[in-house]
Design a protein around this ligand. Structure first.
Ligand code: FDA
Length: 310
């Protein structure tokens, strides 16, 4: 219920304006977002890699309704990849990029083609820099289109990563389709407000689905990317890796920047591959409200910050 209210609030322009201009917002944003500029993203990536963590960088923004904006987002990713490469961070896929197709035009008329063309240019630059791209998954109305674009991209760039969301009823089937040799698949719970017709509504059902999907990915031929902060699911992933004879390095854990940072370092110190999802940019509103919806405790922190003086 509370999660629903926050996710709906994320769509309100009035709420967005109030939050974006509140003096204390910056305090909260700083915790979850690396900074406004590409140099902040490169700095965060350098620090995290120095601590033995891998990174995936997200230039914040989604739901682009203007072709010029879609091109600008593409250019921002090309600039990001060039700078990461110049800083020596991309070799061997150490730093990769996470891309929302809606940011590069998926919702425009003929948007699937526009998004594919932009994503192809970004994948090509990533490939030349020795790394890859993962396509974030957005609300369920985009799932088929995103998987279709993924399939096209994988013809030339087979390491392009997929994301699947355990809360969707369809996802176990998608995991079977995606668990092929070399296929990088990020499994997350899912962050959008979805109707009961397409998604499990209870946390327990989502967790059970996550475990079923994880078993399919761990048993398959691909490269599972276990994106969760949930301690029980992290523990289950560890025992499934043992059960399916997977060595460290044949799968990875992923967590968000600013969420359970000690656990990120603990897993890396244990010899696990840990990748941190690092968002940066000025369009932080939708991303941040989804993070707050996941954890009521963060909302108290947020409300206190909003009424403080920043
Ligand atoms: P859950 O929300 O149940 O949290 C489990 C525990 O983790 C909590 O009890 C708390 O201890 C801690 N925790 C979780 N969230 C926290 C927070 N915000 N602040 C502090 N502590 C927190 N979604 C999507 O729909 N499409 C996508 O492409 C992606 N991509 C993605 C990449 C990566 C690397 C991650 C980690 C997550 C995503 N997500 C996503 C988001 C995902 O779907 C989900 O909403 C969040 O990861 C929260 O779910 P958890 O699995 O962490 O469990």
């Amino acid at each position: 219920m509370f999660r629903e209210i926050l996710l709906r609030a994320s769509e309100s322009e009035l709420v967005q304006h109030v939050v974006q201009t509140a003096p204390g917002s910056r305090t909260v944003v700083r915790r979850f977002v690396a900074g406004a500029g590409v140099e902040d993203a490169v700095r965060a990536a350098t620090d995290l890699e120095g601590a033995g963590l891998r990174v995936t960088l997200d230039h914040l923004g989604e739901d682009t309704t203007d072709p010029a904006r879609a091109r600008a987002v593409r250019d921002a990713y090309l600039d990001l990849i060039a700078r990461l490469s110049a800083a020596g961070l991309t070799g061997g896929g150490q730093a990769e990029a996470s891309l929302k197709l809606s940011a590069v035009g998926q919702a425009l008329p003929d948007g699937e083609k526009i998004a594919l063309d932009h994503a192809r240019e970004i994948c090509s630059a990533a490939h030349a820099a020795g790394t890859t791209v993962t396509l974030d998954m957005e609300d369920h109305t985009t799932t088929d289109s995103t998987l279709a674009v993924l399939q096209e991209l994988r013809v030339d760039f087979p390491t392009t990563g997929a994301v699947v969301q355990a809360y969707l009823h369809r996802t176990e089937g998608d995991c079977h389709d995606l668990a092929t040799a070399g296929s990088r698949v990020r499994l997350c719970k899912g962050a959008y407000a979805e109707p009961a017709s397409v998604a499990h509504q209870g946390a327990h059902e989502v967790d059970l689905s996550y475990v079923r999907c994880l078993k399919v990915l761990m048993a398959g031929q691909g490269y599972p990317m276990i994106a969760t902060h949930d301690p029980r699911l992290v523990a289950i992933a560890g025992s499934l890796a043992g059960q399916y004879g997977r060595a460290a390095g044949s799968y990875e854990y992923q967590m968000l920047y600013g969420v359970r940072p000690e656990e990120q370092r603990r897993l890396a110190a244990r010899g696990e591959t840990m990748r941190v999802y690092v968002p940066y940019g000025t369009q932080w509103y939708g991303y941040l409200t989804r993070r707050l919806a996941e954890r009521p405790a963060n909302t108290g922190f947020f409300l206190r910050a909003l009424v403080s003086r920043g």
